[in-house]
Design a protein around this ligand. Structure first.
Ligand SMILES: Cc1cc2nc3c(=O)[nH]c(=O)nc-3n(C[C@H](O)[C@H](O)[C@H](O)COP(=O)(O)OP(=O)(O)OC[C@H]3O[C@@H](n4cnc5c(N)ncnc54)[C@H](O)[C@@H]3O)c2cc1C
Length: 401
């Protein structure tokens, strides 16, 4: 079952001295998980975009090779997506049907995108990706197979756990997602100065939910905006859908291949409260320890706020902004790594009053702030989630919660 085929998009995962790789076929997955006797936790590689998809001295389950199902369901215009597909594959496969899904800013992420929440430029209109899940199939951490559906299992602890915290509880082999009509979008990419951000965010908070604002702040004095709207607006560029989305970074050159950790935060609509933070944020961005260190942000609200807190493990339903902080360093540069991670924590601390929550799209069970991250991600639901994990993954075959 061993192969070297999966693509670890994360350079850190690609460089990790993993113990090995196992590429099961769907029918082999339950026995593999049930009888696992190697080092725990097992790592999973779906899209392979996170730093924990492969880890030194641990095995990775490759889902890319044999979990490629991508099936259009004409009866209800939904789509089955295997755990080895990337979101970009899904967007492409739906084009002939004139449909799309609530994808994010990039086509690279795999099912981890959906399972950890999944927020994108159309979230304010359509909701989070995890809110579009109709059925989920897979194997719990104890090896027993499951097949859950929104129709039968919505309201159960298992459904809630899978929608937002699946990586701790089970291995999802495939899921069925609602699709939406493919519609043209209008895109603007102005460059603004950082001190304009609070006012622009305030305007975005009041804007129609068919529009969203995202921004990328890399150098000290320039912030790239990416405004996306389903409503035609003068001066904006028309694109055919999310499959043609330009990069949030614009034409900013990519830093050389680096290792990175990313922490995503969540905060309510309070753009005015960002104003007093801007001078210190500007100073931190100016003094970033590596050119790959950055701060970016995407907008939520509208449909993402209309789901009850208890329905999923994504508990921050009041969130309107998700800033994410990237700490980057040159591979092998241990002191650079420490400096960049310390910088990340400084930016996090500064933003914490306006963004107290965490979006656990990438987890960091190797870093000192893992516990803080779990508490900020799941809040009062964390004890219940831990009880669920004890029942479904008693041996801790999947990452620790
Ligand atoms: C370029 C880029 C753009 C991004 N843009 C957005 C965005 O716009 N919006 C947003 O919300 N997020 C975004 N993300 C974050 C991304 O969605 C998360 O990092 C997500 O977890 C990646 O999933 P993956 O399958 O690609 O990664 P992997 O590294 O393969 O897995 C990520 C995590 O999910 C778990 N996992 C993966 N597959 C399964 C499975 N089948 N069953 C159980 N657990 C599984 C893994 O255990 C791992 O912990 C972006 C990431 C990148 C790299």
């Amino acid at each position: 079952m061993d192969s070297d085929r999966p693509v670890f998009f994360s350079a850190q995962a690609a460089d990790a001295r993993r113990s090995g790789l196992v590429s099961p076929r769907p029918a082999e997955l339950p026995a593999l998980i049930q009888n696992w006797s190697g080092p725990r936790p097992l790592r999973l590689c779906g899209g392979g975009t996170t730093s924990r998809a492969a880890v030194a001295d641990h095995w990775t389950v490759d889902l890319q090779t044999h979990f490629k199902r991508l099936d259009w369901q004409p009866e209800d215009q939904s789509v089955w997506i295997g755990a080895g597909c990337r979101m970009g594959d899904v967007l492409e496969a739906l084009l002939p049907h004139g449909r799309t899904v609530a994808a994010g800013l990039s086509g690279l992420p795999g099912l981890g995108y959906v399972l950890t929440g999944g927020m994108g430029p159309l979230s304010r209109q359509m909701g989070l990706a995890v809110d579009q899940v109709l059925e989920v199939h897979g194997v719990w951490g104890d090896g027993s197979p499951f097949a859950l559906s929104r129709a039968d299992d919505f309201g159960s602890l298992e459904w809630r756990g899978l929608c937002g915290a699946a990586p701790f509880l089970g291995v999802v082999s495939e899921l069925r997602l609602t699709t939406h009509p493919l519609e043209a979008l209008w895109v603007e990419q102005p460059v603004v100065s950082p001190d304009q951000l609070p006012e622009l965010m305030l305007q975005a908070e009041a804007a129609d939910s068919r529009a969203s604002l995202q921004w990328h702040w890399q150098s000290g004095d320039a912030v790239l905006l990416l405004r996306i709207s389903a409503v035609e607006s003068a001066g904006a560029q028309r694109i055919e859908g999310l499959h043609h989305l330009p990069s949030l970074r614009g034409s900013t050159p990519m830093p050389p291949r680096c290792h990175a950790e990313i922490v995503g935060l969540l905060g309510p609509a309070c753009a005015g409260a960002w104003g007093p933070l801007m001078p210190e944020l500007g100073r931190l961005l100016q003094q970033r320890p590596h050119p790959g260190c950055s701060l970016a942000c995407q907008q939520l609200g509208g449909a993402t706020q209309r789901v009850p807190v208890e329905a999923t493990s994504f508990v921050h339903r009041n969130a309107a902004w998700k800033p994410w902080i990237t700490a980057a360093w040159t591979p092998g540069d241990a002191s650079g790594q420490m400096r960049s991670l310390a910088w990340l924590e400084q930016v996090w601390q500064l933003l914490q009053p306006v963004c107290p929550g965490v979006h656990l799209a990438q987890f960091h069970d190797h870093l000192p702030f893992h516990q803080k991250e779990l508490e900020a991600a799941f809040g009062p639901w964390l004890p219940g989630l831990r009880q669920l994990k004890e029942r479904l993954d008693p041996a801790g075959t999947l990452p620790t919660l």
